[in-house]
Design a protein around this ligand. Structure first.
Ligand code: FAD
Length: 310
C-alpha cells in the first residue's frame, strides 16, 4: 500500500470529476488528496467519499495563484513532508504544467497522459504513434510521477477518513512565469479535453450556424461540442474545437461523431473514448469500422430526433 498523493483540481469550490477518476486509480493505496491554495473544508466530504485518507491543505505565504513555479514547489514540498511514494494528477492544462515542474524540482522521471496506471508495479499504459499502439512502460522514479488522461478512469467511491491536515510550504522563488489571465474557450462552456461526453460535427455540418443543432443535443447530454479539421478548415468552427492529431486529444466516456469520415488523424485524437457512436449517411464510411454503435443516416434527420428523445 503506497502513500499516494493526488493533485486535486478544484473549480468554484467543486472538485473536478476528472480528479475523482485519478483518485479511483489509487484505490487500495493510502490516498493523500493534495489541495493547493483552496478551501479544503469545502471539498472534504467529496474527497473522503472518493477515498482520501488524508486531505492536505497546502498553503504558502503570499499569493501563489499566479505562479506555477511556486505551486510546483509547494507540491514538491508536500511530497517530501509526507514521504509520498507516488504523485498522480490529471493530464489537464494545469496538471501537465505543474507535474513537469515538480519532476524538474525532484529530478525524477514523469510519465504524462497515461490511460492506465499500476501503482504497485510502477507501470503505466500510454497511447503511442497517434493512438496506433499502446505501450506499457515501467517507471523507476521515486516518487513515481504520473498524469492520467482525463476520463480514462471511471470514478468510483471508496469512503475513507478524509482527515484534513494543514501544511505551509516555505516557498519563495516565483520563477520567470506569471499567469496574468486565463481565457476560457467558447464563453465558459465545458472544456473539450475534460468533458465526459463530446458530440462532434465534421465537414457534413456545412455551416457554422448548424453547430447550434449539436449545441442543443450537447445541452441535453452535458456534453462539449467538437469539430473535425475539415470543419475547422472550412471556417465552420474555431481551431479550439478541433479534435485530432493537430487538435485536441480527448477521452470522454461517450463520443458522438456526426458526419465525420473517420480519418486516422481524427481518430488519433479520440481513439481512447470509451464508447464511440458514429452518424454518417455513407454506410461504407471508415468510421463505421471503428465505432461501437453506428447510425446510417443524415445528421440533419438523426440529431434532432436524438435531442428530442433525450
Ligand atoms: P470528410 O472526410 O469530408 O467526411 C465527411 C463525412 O460526412 C463523410 O463520411 C460523409 O459521408 C459524411 N456526410 C456528409 N453529409 C452528411 C450528412 N448530411 N449526414 C451524415 N453524414 C454525412 N483531421 C481531424 O479531424 N483532426 C486533426 O487533428 C487532423 N489533423 C491532420 C493532420 C495532418 C498532418 C493531416 C494530413 C490531416 C489531418 N486531418 C485532421 C485531416 C484528416 O485527414 C481528414 O481530412 C479530416 O478528418 C476529415 O474531416 P471530416 O471527416 O469532417 O470530413
Amino acid at each position: 500500500m503506497a502513500k499516494t498523493g493526488i493533485l486535486i483540481e478544484i473549480e468554484n469550490n467543486i472538485v473536478k470529476e476528472t480528479s475523482f477518476g485519478v483518485m479511483t486509480a489509487a484505490h487500495g493505496h493510502e490516498i493523500y488528496a493534495l489541495v493547493l491554495d483552496h478551501d479544503a473544508l469545502a471539498v472534504k466530504e467529496k474527497l473522503a467519499e472518493y477515498g482520501a485518507a488524508v486531505i492536505v491543505s497546502i498553503t504558502a505565504p503570499g499569493d501563489v495563484s499566479s505562479s506555477p513555479d511556486l505551486q510546483a514547489q509547494m507540491l514538491a514540498a508536500a511530497v517530501k513532508e509526507y514521504s509520498l511514494e507516488t504523485l498522480l494528477g490529471t493530464a489537464s492544462t494545469t496538471g501537465k504544467d505543474l507535474f513537469a515542474r515538480v519532476a524538474a524540482i525532484l529530478e525524477e522521471p514523469l510519465v504524462s497522459d497515461c490511460v492506465q496506471v499500476s501503482i504497485a508495479d510502477k507501470t503505466v499504459k500510454k497511447s503511442h504513434f497517434s493512438g496506433k499502439t499502446f505501450a506499457t512502460l515501467k517507471v523507476n522514479g521515486s516518487p513515481f510521477l504520473c498524469t492520467l488522461r482525463p476520463n480514462s478512469i471511471e470514478p468510483e467511491t471508496a469512503p475513507a477518513a478524509g482527515k484534513i491536515v494543514e501544511f505551509t510550504a516555505n516557498v519563495e522563488d516565483p520563477g520567470l512565469i506569471k499567469i496574468v489571465e486565463v481565457k476560457k474557450d467558447a464563453g465558459g462552456k465545458l472544456d473539450l479535453t475534460e468533458a465526459p461526453v463530446i458530440i462532434t460535427g465534421g465537414r457534413a455540418i456545412k455551416a457554422a450556424e448548424n453547430y447550434q443543432m449539436l449545441e442543443a443535443c450537447a445541452e441535453k447530454l452535458g456534453a462539449a461540442v467538437g469539430a473535425s479539421r475539415a470543419a475547422v478548415d472550412a471556417g465552420y468552427a474555431p481551431h479550439s474545437m478541433q479534435v485530432g492529431q493537430t487538435g485536441k486529444t480527448v477521452s470522454p466516456r461517450l463520443y458522438i461523431a456526426c458526419g465525420v469520415s473517420g480519418a486516422v488523424q481524427h481518430f488519433a485524437g479520440m481513439k481512447t473514448s470509451r464508447v464511440i457512436v458514429a452518424i454518417n449517411e455513407d454506410k461504407d464510411a471508415p468510421i463505421f469500422a471503428k465505432c461501437d454503435y453506428g447510425i446510417v443516416g443524415d445528421i440533419f434527420d438523426v440529431v434532432p430526433v436524438l435531442t428530442e428523445k433525450l
